[in-house]
Design a binder for this molecule. Structure first.
Ligand code: HEM
Length: 229
């Protein structure tokens, strides 16, 4: 088992399973964030965030999520180094695979940029909401006191010149994430063995639709909050 996991296929499998897990997280995160647009009072978003902060979710799911991200990043680095070492031989022996080599290099750069975005993003929201409480007010919804995360998010995207910069950064982050997912989605299915030639075309299409949905969704929220909140 351990030799399988350290083989190239094993590493790709781990990479794909962690990627598919993140695909689900991103969808849930987008749905929760969309509450910011559908309810201008922020109550729906705050109640959703409050629910997600329940100890069982916070202490049960958060470590799994952090682990999923870490595994995905560590294996991306290992596989990229492996691919780089193998590349000269590949070119000499078969003169194909340009697309896979290009994609993997592209995926690594895109993934790295998305990571920079995520670190910045965690500092904006996760740190104040779950660690320092800085700039965070309370609100009472249906008799229950909770963090006013909606106000924190709105404040960031509407804060004068900085608001414009943050809005632009989040739109760029959403586009980079969409590009990363456009390739990552079907490639994950392929690595877990769920993609033959017919399914590859279908999964590629589903992957593009998913990626566009995620990119547009995450880009629209800061734009909406900046211009209309
Ligand atoms: C419109 C764009 C986004 C907004 C407004 C937003 C908002 C938030 C907020 C308010 C939190 C803190 C939640 C809490 O601690 O209760 C959070 C956490 C987080 N966000 Fe985002 N987010 C956005 C985009 C993204 C994107 C594109 C990604 C990654 C691909 C991402 C990844 C995360 C992660 C990993 C966390 C920590 C999860 C946790 O609380 O355990 N976010 N986001």
């Amino acid at each position: 088992m351990s030799s399988f996991l350290s083989s190239s296929i094993g590493k790709k499998l781990i990479m794909s399973l962690s990627g598919l897990f993140l695909v689900l997280f991103i969808l849930v995160h987008l749905i929760l964030n969309s509450f910011l647009m559908f309810d201008s009072t922020g109550e729906l978003f705050n109640a959703g965030a409050h629910f997600m902060a329940m100890p069982v979710i916070r202490f049960g799911l958060q470590p799994v999520l952090a682990g999923g991200f870490l595994i995905h990043i560590i294996y991306a680095i290992i596989l990229t180094i492996q691919n780089m070492k193998a590349r000269p031989q590949k070119y000499a022996s078969q003169n194909l695979g340009q697309s896979s080599t290009w994609s993997s290099r592209n995926m690594f750069v895109l993934g790295g940029l998305v990571l920079v975005f995520i670190v910045m993003h965690l500092m904006h929201f996760f740190v104040p909401m779950q660690i320092t409480g800085e700039g965070l007010k309370s609100v009472t919804i249906h008799g229950e006191e909770m963090h006013n995360g909606a106000a924190l998010v709105k404040a960031l995207f509407t804060a004068g010149t900085f608001g414009i910069v943050y809005t632009a950064l989040y739109v760029v982050g959403a586009i980079l994430l969409g590009m990363h997912l456009a390739h990552g989605f079907w490639s994950s299915f392929q690595s877990v063995g769920l993609s033959n030639s017919i399914w590859r075309t279908r999964l590629e299409k589903v992957g593009y639709i998913y990626a566009i949905f995620i990119a547009v969704g995450f880009a629209i929220i800061p734009l909406y909050l900046h211009f209309f909140a």
